[in-house]
Design a protein around this ligand. Structure first.
Ligand code: ZN
Length: 456
Protein backbone atom coordinates (compact mmCIF):
# COMPACT_ATOMS: atom_id res chain seq x y z
CA UNK A 1 0.00 0.00 0.00
CA UNK A 2 1.74 3.14 -1.12
CA UNK A 3 -0.87 5.66 -0.09
CA UNK A 4 -4.31 6.03 1.46
CA UNK A 5 -6.94 8.52 0.40
CA UNK A 6 -9.57 9.23 3.00
CA UNK A 7 -12.58 11.50 2.78
CA UNK A 8 -14.15 11.17 6.18
CA UNK A 9 -17.83 11.63 6.83
CA UNK A 10 -18.63 12.17 3.22
CA UNK A 11 -21.45 10.35 1.63
CA UNK A 12 -19.89 9.70 -1.71
CA UNK A 13 -22.72 11.67 -3.23
CA UNK A 14 -20.61 14.48 -4.58
CA UNK A 15 -17.48 14.75 -6.65
CA UNK A 16 -15.77 17.30 -4.46
CA UNK A 17 -14.16 14.68 -2.31
CA UNK A 18 -10.66 16.09 -2.08
CA UNK A 19 -8.75 12.92 -1.46
CA UNK A 20 -10.74 11.10 -4.08
CA UNK A 21 -9.89 13.74 -6.65
CA UNK A 22 -6.28 13.61 -5.56
CA UNK A 23 -6.26 9.85 -6.04
CA UNK A 24 -7.60 10.27 -9.56
CA UNK A 25 -4.90 12.85 -10.28
CA UNK A 26 -2.14 10.76 -8.74
CA UNK A 27 -3.03 7.85 -10.99
CA UNK A 28 -1.43 9.97 -13.70
CA UNK A 29 1.97 9.39 -12.18
CA UNK A 30 1.54 5.68 -12.80
CA UNK A 31 3.13 4.54 -9.59
CA UNK A 32 0.29 2.33 -8.46
CA UNK A 33 -1.66 -0.44 -10.21
CA UNK A 34 -4.70 -0.87 -8.01
CA UNK A 35 -7.07 1.19 -5.94
CA UNK A 36 -8.68 -0.80 -3.16
CA UNK A 37 -12.02 0.37 -1.83
CA UNK A 38 -13.88 -1.04 1.14
CA UNK A 39 -17.05 -1.36 -0.90
CA UNK A 40 -17.68 -0.27 -4.44
CA UNK A 41 -20.44 2.12 -3.42
CA UNK A 42 -17.72 4.20 -1.73
CA UNK A 43 -16.13 4.73 -5.07
CA UNK A 44 -18.72 7.01 -6.55
CA UNK A 45 -22.28 8.11 -6.38
CA UNK A 46 -23.65 6.15 -9.28
CA UNK A 47 -22.66 3.73 -11.93
CA UNK A 48 -22.28 6.37 -14.59
CA UNK A 49 -19.74 8.35 -12.56
CA UNK A 50 -18.08 5.19 -11.52
CA UNK A 51 -17.60 4.29 -15.17
CA UNK A 52 -16.25 7.77 -15.94
CA UNK A 53 -13.66 7.64 -13.18
CA UNK A 54 -12.76 4.05 -13.85
CA UNK A 55 -12.16 4.97 -17.47
CA UNK A 56 -9.68 7.64 -16.36
CA UNK A 57 -7.96 5.22 -14.01
CA UNK A 58 -7.86 2.57 -16.66
CA UNK A 59 -6.14 4.91 -19.06
CA UNK A 60 -3.46 5.19 -16.40
CA UNK A 61 -3.30 1.46 -15.96
CA UNK A 62 -5.09 1.39 -12.60
CA UNK A 63 -7.79 -1.08 -11.60
CA UNK A 64 -10.37 -0.68 -8.85
CA UNK A 65 -10.74 -3.56 -6.43
CA UNK A 66 -13.33 -4.01 -3.72
CA UNK A 67 -12.31 -5.45 -0.38
CA UNK A 68 -15.76 -6.69 0.57
CA UNK A 69 -17.58 -7.71 -2.53
CA UNK A 70 -16.98 -10.99 -4.22
CA UNK A 71 -19.87 -10.93 -6.60
CA UNK A 72 -22.06 -7.86 -6.32
CA UNK A 73 -25.72 -8.09 -5.35
CA UNK A 74 -26.79 -7.81 -8.93
CA UNK A 75 -24.10 -9.53 -10.93
CA UNK A 76 -25.29 -8.06 -14.21
CA UNK A 77 -24.17 -4.72 -12.80
CA UNK A 78 -20.59 -5.53 -13.65
CA UNK A 79 -21.47 -6.18 -17.27
CA UNK A 80 -23.46 -2.98 -17.30
CA UNK A 81 -20.53 -1.07 -15.88
CA UNK A 82 -18.33 -2.27 -18.66
CA UNK A 83 -20.92 -1.10 -21.16
CA UNK A 84 -21.10 2.31 -19.51
CA UNK A 85 -17.36 2.56 -19.65
CA UNK A 86 -17.65 2.39 -23.40
CA UNK A 87 -20.14 5.24 -23.24
CA UNK A 88 -17.82 7.24 -20.99
CA UNK A 89 -15.05 6.86 -23.53
CA UNK A 90 -17.41 8.08 -26.19
CA UNK A 91 -18.51 11.12 -24.18
CA UNK A 92 -15.02 12.16 -23.22
CA UNK A 93 -13.91 11.86 -26.83
CA UNK A 94 -16.85 14.03 -27.84
CA UNK A 95 -16.02 16.55 -25.13
CA UNK A 96 -12.42 16.84 -26.20
CA UNK A 97 -13.65 17.37 -29.77
CA UNK A 98 -15.71 20.31 -28.55
CA UNK A 99 -12.77 21.71 -26.61
CA UNK A 100 -10.58 21.35 -29.67
CA UNK A 101 -13.02 23.26 -31.83
CA UNK A 102 -13.01 26.07 -29.28
CA UNK A 103 -9.24 26.15 -29.31
CA UNK A 104 -8.81 26.46 -33.06
CA UNK A 105 -8.95 30.27 -32.94
CA UNK A 106 -6.32 30.51 -30.21
CA UNK A 107 -4.23 28.03 -32.11
CA UNK A 108 -4.20 30.21 -35.21
CA UNK A 109 -3.05 33.16 -33.14
CA UNK A 110 -0.33 30.97 -31.59
CA UNK A 111 -1.68 31.74 -28.16
CA UNK A 112 -0.88 29.99 -24.94
CA UNK A 113 -3.59 27.36 -24.44
CA UNK A 114 -3.19 26.72 -20.75
CA UNK A 115 -1.23 24.03 -19.03
CA UNK A 116 2.37 23.87 -17.93
CA UNK A 117 4.59 26.76 -19.02
CA UNK A 118 8.01 25.32 -19.84
CA UNK A 119 11.02 26.54 -17.89
CA UNK A 120 12.62 29.31 -19.93
CA UNK A 121 9.38 30.98 -20.95
CA UNK A 122 6.80 33.28 -19.46
CA UNK A 123 3.35 34.07 -20.80
CA UNK A 124 2.35 37.66 -21.47
CA UNK A 125 -0.87 38.67 -23.20
CA UNK A 126 -1.47 35.02 -24.02
CA UNK A 127 1.87 34.71 -25.85
CA UNK A 128 4.96 32.72 -24.98
CA UNK A 129 7.92 35.02 -24.37
CA UNK A 130 11.50 34.00 -23.62
CA UNK A 131 12.54 34.64 -20.05
CA UNK A 132 16.22 35.51 -20.44
CA UNK A 133 17.48 34.27 -17.06
CA UNK A 134 15.88 30.87 -17.12
CA UNK A 135 16.38 30.50 -20.89
CA UNK A 136 20.12 30.81 -20.29
CA UNK A 137 19.93 27.89 -17.88
CA UNK A 138 18.07 25.87 -20.53
CA UNK A 139 20.80 26.65 -23.07
CA UNK A 140 23.46 25.69 -20.56
CA UNK A 141 21.79 22.35 -19.75
CA UNK A 142 21.48 21.41 -23.43
CA UNK A 143 25.07 22.43 -24.14
CA UNK A 144 26.55 20.51 -21.21
CA UNK A 145 24.54 17.39 -21.94
CA UNK A 146 25.57 17.54 -25.58
CA UNK A 147 29.20 17.89 -24.51
CA UNK A 148 28.87 14.55 -22.78
CA UNK A 149 28.39 15.56 -19.18
CA UNK A 150 26.19 13.13 -17.21
CA UNK A 151 22.72 14.14 -16.12
CA UNK A 152 23.68 13.49 -12.52
CA UNK A 153 26.60 15.89 -12.74
CA UNK A 154 24.45 18.61 -14.23
CA UNK A 155 21.76 18.06 -11.60
CA UNK A 156 24.24 18.27 -8.73
CA UNK A 157 25.71 21.46 -10.09
CA UNK A 158 22.30 23.11 -10.58
CA UNK A 159 21.36 22.19 -7.06
CA UNK A 160 24.64 23.49 -5.74
CA UNK A 161 23.97 26.84 -7.40
CA UNK A 162 20.43 26.90 -5.99
CA UNK A 163 18.76 26.85 -9.39
CA UNK A 164 15.15 25.74 -9.28
CA UNK A 165 12.54 24.97 -11.95
CA UNK A 166 9.31 26.87 -12.59
CA UNK A 167 7.69 25.06 -9.66
CA UNK A 168 10.37 26.38 -7.35
CA UNK A 169 11.74 22.89 -6.90
CA UNK A 170 15.18 21.54 -7.66
CA UNK A 171 15.48 19.68 -10.92
CA UNK A 172 15.35 15.91 -10.66
CA UNK A 173 16.36 13.36 -13.24
CA UNK A 174 12.83 13.16 -14.58
CA UNK A 175 12.32 16.88 -14.98
CA UNK A 176 15.76 17.27 -16.54
CA UNK A 177 15.10 14.56 -19.10
CA UNK A 178 11.69 16.01 -19.87
CA UNK A 179 13.30 19.38 -20.41
CA UNK A 180 15.83 17.91 -22.83
CA UNK A 181 13.08 16.18 -24.81
CA UNK A 182 10.75 19.18 -24.93
CA UNK A 183 10.32 20.31 -28.51
CA UNK A 184 8.96 23.66 -27.42
CA UNK A 185 12.59 24.76 -27.04
CA UNK A 186 12.93 24.58 -30.82
CA UNK A 187 9.60 26.33 -31.29
CA UNK A 188 7.44 23.29 -31.90
CA UNK A 189 4.06 23.05 -30.23
CA UNK A 190 2.34 19.68 -30.00
CA UNK A 191 -1.37 19.80 -30.46
CA UNK A 192 -3.12 16.47 -30.41
CA UNK A 193 -1.21 14.40 -32.88
CA UNK A 194 0.08 17.31 -34.92
CA UNK A 195 3.19 19.41 -34.51
CA UNK A 196 3.05 23.12 -35.20
CA UNK A 197 6.36 24.76 -36.05
CA UNK A 198 7.32 28.30 -35.05
CA UNK A 199 4.61 28.37 -32.44
CA UNK A 200 6.86 29.90 -29.83
CA UNK A 201 10.26 31.63 -30.00
CA UNK A 202 12.99 28.96 -29.98
CA UNK A 203 15.63 28.85 -27.28
CA UNK A 204 17.74 26.03 -28.73
CA UNK A 205 18.92 25.39 -32.28
CA UNK A 206 17.53 22.33 -34.01
CA UNK A 207 21.04 20.91 -34.41
CA UNK A 208 21.74 21.03 -30.71
CA UNK A 209 18.31 19.60 -29.91
CA UNK A 210 18.72 16.68 -32.30
CA UNK A 211 22.20 16.02 -31.04
CA UNK A 212 21.00 15.83 -27.44
CA UNK A 213 18.04 13.62 -28.27
CA UNK A 214 20.22 11.25 -30.24
CA UNK A 215 22.33 10.88 -27.14
CA UNK A 216 19.29 10.26 -24.92
CA UNK A 217 18.11 7.55 -27.29
CA UNK A 218 21.46 5.80 -27.18
CA UNK A 219 21.70 6.04 -23.41
CA UNK A 220 18.20 4.85 -22.69
CA UNK A 221 17.65 1.27 -21.80
CA UNK A 222 14.16 0.10 -22.53
CA UNK A 223 13.44 -3.21 -20.75
CA UNK A 224 11.26 -1.60 -18.09
CA UNK A 225 9.07 0.01 -20.68
CA UNK A 226 8.97 -3.18 -22.63
CA UNK A 227 7.66 -5.07 -19.67
CA UNK A 228 4.83 -2.63 -19.10
CA UNK A 229 3.50 -3.19 -22.59
CA UNK A 230 2.60 -6.78 -21.98
CA UNK A 231 -1.02 -7.00 -21.06
CA UNK A 232 -1.90 -9.89 -18.81
CA UNK A 233 -5.57 -10.18 -19.63
CA UNK A 234 -6.41 -12.38 -16.67
CA UNK A 235 -4.53 -10.40 -14.05
CA UNK A 236 -6.48 -10.29 -10.82
CA UNK A 237 -8.93 -12.90 -12.09
CA UNK A 238 -6.86 -16.05 -12.27
CA UNK A 239 -6.45 -18.10 -9.08
CA UNK A 240 -4.39 -21.09 -8.10
CA UNK A 241 -6.64 -24.05 -7.28
CA UNK A 242 -4.11 -25.48 -4.87
CA UNK A 243 -3.88 -22.58 -2.46
CA UNK A 244 -6.53 -20.11 -3.64
CA UNK A 245 -3.94 -17.39 -4.25
CA UNK A 246 -3.98 -15.08 -7.21
CA UNK A 247 -1.76 -16.05 -10.14
CA UNK A 248 0.16 -13.09 -11.44
CA UNK A 249 1.71 -12.40 -14.81
CA UNK A 250 5.44 -12.85 -15.29
CA UNK A 251 7.94 -13.09 -18.05
CA UNK A 252 11.20 -14.90 -18.41
CA UNK A 253 13.95 -15.28 -20.96
CA UNK A 254 15.04 -18.64 -22.28
CA UNK A 255 18.59 -19.71 -23.08
CA UNK A 256 17.99 -18.70 -26.68
CA UNK A 257 16.91 -15.26 -25.52
CA UNK A 258 13.28 -15.80 -26.36
CA UNK A 259 10.95 -14.07 -23.94
CA UNK A 260 8.02 -16.12 -22.74
CA UNK A 261 5.03 -15.09 -20.69
CA UNK A 262 3.16 -17.01 -18.08
CA UNK A 263 1.06 -16.83 -14.91
CA UNK A 264 2.49 -17.99 -11.63
CA UNK A 265 0.88 -18.69 -8.26
CA UNK A 266 1.72 -15.66 -6.15
CA UNK A 267 2.32 -17.74 -3.03
CA UNK A 268 4.79 -19.87 -4.94
CA UNK A 269 6.44 -16.76 -6.27
CA UNK A 270 7.12 -15.59 -2.73
CA UNK A 271 8.27 -18.98 -1.57
CA UNK A 272 8.78 -21.75 -4.09
CA UNK A 273 8.09 -24.41 -1.46
CA UNK A 274 4.73 -22.97 -0.42
CA UNK A 275 2.75 -24.29 -3.38
CA UNK A 276 3.49 -26.80 -6.11
CA UNK A 277 1.27 -25.31 -8.79
CA UNK A 278 3.02 -25.24 -12.14
CA UNK A 279 3.15 -21.99 -14.08
CA UNK A 280 0.78 -21.69 -16.99
CA UNK A 281 1.49 -20.24 -20.39
CA UNK A 282 -0.17 -16.85 -20.83
CA UNK A 283 -1.48 -17.24 -24.35
CA UNK A 284 -2.75 -20.77 -23.73
CA UNK A 285 -4.94 -19.94 -20.75
CA UNK A 286 -6.12 -16.60 -22.17
CA UNK A 287 -7.23 -18.12 -25.44
CA UNK A 288 -8.97 -20.93 -23.68
CA UNK A 289 -10.90 -18.61 -21.38
CA UNK A 290 -11.87 -16.24 -24.18
CA UNK A 291 -13.18 -19.05 -26.33
CA UNK A 292 -15.12 -20.56 -23.47
CA UNK A 293 -16.64 -17.21 -22.58
CA UNK A 294 -17.72 -16.40 -26.10
CA UNK A 295 -19.42 -19.78 -26.42
CA UNK A 296 -20.97 -19.40 -23.02
CA UNK A 297 -22.51 -15.92 -23.28
CA UNK A 298 -23.92 -16.32 -26.75
CA UNK A 299 -25.69 -19.50 -25.85
CA UNK A 300 -29.44 -19.03 -25.69
CA UNK A 301 -31.39 -18.52 -23.51
CA UNK A 302 -28.61 -17.15 -21.34
CA UNK A 303 -27.91 -14.39 -23.84
CA UNK A 304 -31.46 -13.07 -23.58
CA UNK A 305 -31.55 -13.40 -19.84
CA UNK A 306 -28.42 -11.34 -19.41
CA UNK A 307 -29.62 -8.64 -21.79
CA UNK A 308 -33.02 -8.36 -20.18
CA UNK A 309 -31.65 -8.00 -16.70
CA UNK A 310 -29.12 -5.37 -17.77
CA UNK A 311 -31.89 -3.28 -19.31
CA UNK A 312 -33.88 -3.65 -16.14
CA UNK A 313 -31.24 -2.56 -13.65
CA UNK A 314 -30.04 0.27 -15.83
CA UNK A 315 -33.46 1.78 -16.28
CA UNK A 316 -34.28 1.35 -12.61
CA UNK A 317 -31.20 3.28 -11.72
CA UNK A 318 -31.91 6.29 -13.90
CA UNK A 319 -35.35 6.71 -12.39
CA UNK A 320 -33.79 7.08 -8.99
CA UNK A 321 -31.21 9.75 -9.71
CA UNK A 322 -30.27 10.49 -6.12
CA UNK A 323 -27.77 13.16 -7.09
CA UNK A 324 -30.31 15.25 -8.89
CA UNK A 325 -32.73 14.89 -5.99
CA UNK A 326 -30.07 15.96 -3.48
CA UNK A 327 -29.07 18.95 -5.59
CA UNK A 328 -32.65 20.08 -6.00
CA UNK A 329 -33.32 19.77 -2.27
CA UNK A 330 -30.22 21.83 -1.50
CA UNK A 331 -31.30 24.40 -4.03
CA UNK A 332 -34.67 24.90 -2.38
CA UNK A 333 -33.07 25.02 1.05
CA UNK A 334 -30.56 27.67 -0.01
CA UNK A 335 -33.27 29.75 -1.66
CA UNK A 336 -35.17 29.64 1.59
CA UNK A 337 -32.18 30.79 3.62
CA UNK A 338 -31.60 33.69 1.25
CA UNK A 339 -35.19 34.79 1.65
CA UNK A 340 -34.82 34.74 5.42
CA UNK A 341 -31.79 37.01 5.29
CA UNK A 342 -33.48 39.37 2.85
CA UNK A 343 -36.44 39.61 5.20
CA UNK A 344 -34.16 40.37 8.10
CA UNK A 345 -32.45 43.13 6.14
CA UNK A 346 -35.81 44.56 5.07
CA UNK A 347 -36.92 44.68 8.68
CA UNK A 348 -33.96 46.93 9.42
CA UNK A 349 -31.27 44.61 10.71
CA UNK A 350 -27.87 45.80 9.52
CA UNK A 351 -25.02 43.40 10.02
CA UNK A 352 -21.87 42.83 8.00
CA UNK A 353 -21.79 39.15 8.86
CA UNK A 354 -25.34 38.82 7.57
CA UNK A 355 -24.30 40.45 4.33
CA UNK A 356 -21.31 38.17 4.03
CA UNK A 357 -23.59 35.22 4.61
CA UNK A 358 -25.91 36.48 1.89
CA UNK A 359 -23.10 36.71 -0.63
CA UNK A 360 -21.93 33.23 0.31
CA UNK A 361 -25.42 31.78 -0.11
CA UNK A 362 -25.93 33.49 -3.42
CA UNK A 363 -22.70 32.04 -4.73
CA UNK A 364 -23.79 28.63 -3.52
CA UNK A 365 -27.12 29.01 -5.21
CA UNK A 366 -25.52 29.90 -8.53
CA UNK A 367 -23.22 26.95 -8.16
CA UNK A 368 -26.09 24.59 -7.45
CA UNK A 369 -27.92 25.90 -10.46
CA UNK A 370 -24.99 25.04 -12.72
CA UNK A 371 -24.65 21.62 -11.13
CA UNK A 372 -28.32 20.85 -11.56
CA UNK A 373 -28.08 21.70 -15.25
CA UNK A 374 -24.96 19.57 -15.56
CA UNK A 375 -26.59 16.67 -13.78
CA UNK A 376 -29.63 16.90 -16.03
CA UNK A 377 -27.33 16.64 -19.01
CA UNK A 378 -25.41 13.67 -17.77
CA UNK A 379 -28.47 11.86 -16.51
CA UNK A 380 -28.60 9.09 -18.98
CA UNK A 381 -31.51 8.24 -21.21
CA UNK A 382 -33.32 4.94 -20.80
CA UNK A 383 -31.97 2.14 -22.92
CA UNK A 384 -33.58 -0.81 -24.60
CA UNK A 385 -32.59 -4.29 -25.62
CA UNK A 386 -31.16 -3.26 -28.96
CA UNK A 387 -28.62 -0.93 -27.34
CA UNK A 388 -27.24 -3.77 -25.30
CA UNK A 389 -27.33 -6.15 -28.20
CA UNK A 390 -25.33 -3.70 -30.24
CA UNK A 391 -22.72 -3.60 -27.53
CA UNK A 392 -22.68 -7.39 -27.27
CA UNK A 393 -22.03 -7.70 -30.99
CA UNK A 394 -18.41 -6.67 -30.56
CA UNK A 395 -17.76 -9.92 -28.73
CA UNK A 396 -19.18 -12.16 -31.40
CA UNK A 397 -16.49 -13.95 -33.40
CA UNK A 398 -13.90 -12.09 -31.41
CA UNK A 399 -10.37 -12.63 -32.64
CA UNK A 400 -7.76 -13.51 -30.09
CA UNK A 401 -5.51 -10.89 -31.67
CA UNK A 402 -7.90 -8.11 -30.79
CA UNK A 403 -6.41 -7.60 -27.37
CA UNK A 404 -8.51 -4.62 -26.41
CA UNK A 405 -11.80 -6.36 -27.09
CA UNK A 406 -10.58 -9.53 -25.37
CA UNK A 407 -9.74 -7.49 -22.33
CA UNK A 408 -13.20 -5.96 -22.37
CA UNK A 409 -14.81 -9.36 -22.67
CA UNK A 410 -12.87 -10.68 -19.69
CA UNK A 411 -13.55 -7.62 -17.59
CA UNK A 412 -17.22 -7.60 -18.34
CA UNK A 413 -18.06 -11.25 -18.02
CA UNK A 414 -15.49 -13.07 -15.96
CA UNK A 415 -15.47 -12.93 -12.23
CA UNK A 416 -12.84 -15.52 -11.48
CA UNK A 417 -10.95 -18.37 -13.07
CA UNK A 418 -9.63 -21.09 -10.78
CA UNK A 419 -6.98 -23.33 -12.15
CA UNK A 420 -6.78 -26.79 -10.56
CA UNK A 421 -4.50 -29.61 -11.61
CA UNK A 422 -7.30 -31.60 -13.16
CA UNK A 423 -9.83 -28.93 -14.12
CA UNK A 424 -10.54 -25.26 -14.75
CA UNK A 425 -13.48 -23.53 -13.10
CA UNK A 426 -14.79 -20.30 -14.60
CA UNK A 427 -17.12 -18.12 -12.56
CA UNK A 428 -18.99 -15.51 -14.56
CA UNK A 429 -20.31 -12.10 -13.61
CA UNK A 430 -23.94 -12.85 -14.26
CA UNK A 431 -26.48 -14.69 -12.20
CA UNK A 432 -28.01 -17.96 -13.25
CA UNK A 433 -25.72 -20.61 -14.65
CA UNK A 434 -22.61 -18.72 -13.84
CA UNK A 435 -20.27 -21.62 -13.22
CA UNK A 436 -18.50 -23.58 -15.82
CA UNK A 437 -16.27 -26.48 -14.98
CA UNK A 438 -14.01 -28.05 -17.56
CA UNK A 439 -12.04 -31.21 -16.92
CA UNK A 440 -8.48 -31.40 -18.20
CA UNK A 441 -9.43 -34.26 -20.47
CA UNK A 442 -12.03 -32.05 -22.16
CA UNK A 443 -9.48 -29.29 -22.26
CA UNK A 444 -7.19 -31.24 -24.54
CA UNK A 445 -9.95 -31.12 -27.12
CA UNK A 446 -10.66 -27.42 -26.60
CA UNK A 447 -7.03 -26.52 -26.68
CA UNK A 448 -6.30 -28.01 -30.02
CA UNK A 449 -9.23 -25.89 -31.22
CA UNK A 450 -7.86 -22.75 -29.70
CA UNK A 451 -4.45 -23.38 -31.17
CA UNK A 452 -5.87 -23.75 -34.64
CA UNK A 453 -7.78 -20.55 -34.08
CA UNK A 454 -4.62 -18.68 -33.18
CA UNK A 455 -2.77 -20.04 -36.17
CA UNK A 456 -5.52 -19.15 -38.60
ZN1 ZN B 1 -0.78 -21.87 -5.29
Amino acid sequence: VINTYIDRAMSGTNDNRNDFQKMIQDSNKKNFDYVIVYKLDRFSRNRYDSAMYKAILKKNGVKVLSACEQISDNPEGIILESLLEGMAEYYSAELSQKVKRGQQESLKKKNYLGGKIPFGYVVKDKKFIIDEDSANIVKEIFKRFSDGETAKNILDDLKHRGIKNSYNRFFCLNSLMNLLKNKKYIGIFNYGSSEIEDYLPPIITKDLFNDVNQRILINSRTPAKYKANINYLLSGKLFCGNCNTVMSGESGTSKHKNTYYYYKCFKKKKNSMACDKKTIQKSWIEELIINLTMKHIFANPLYNTIINSIVKIYNEEIVSDITLKTLTTNYTKTQHEIENILNAIKSGIKSTSLQKELIKLETELADLEVNIEKQKNISAQPINKSHIEFWFEQFKDLSINNEKACQKLIEAFIHKVILYNNKVVVIYNHSGENHQEIKMSELEQLCSNTLTLAES
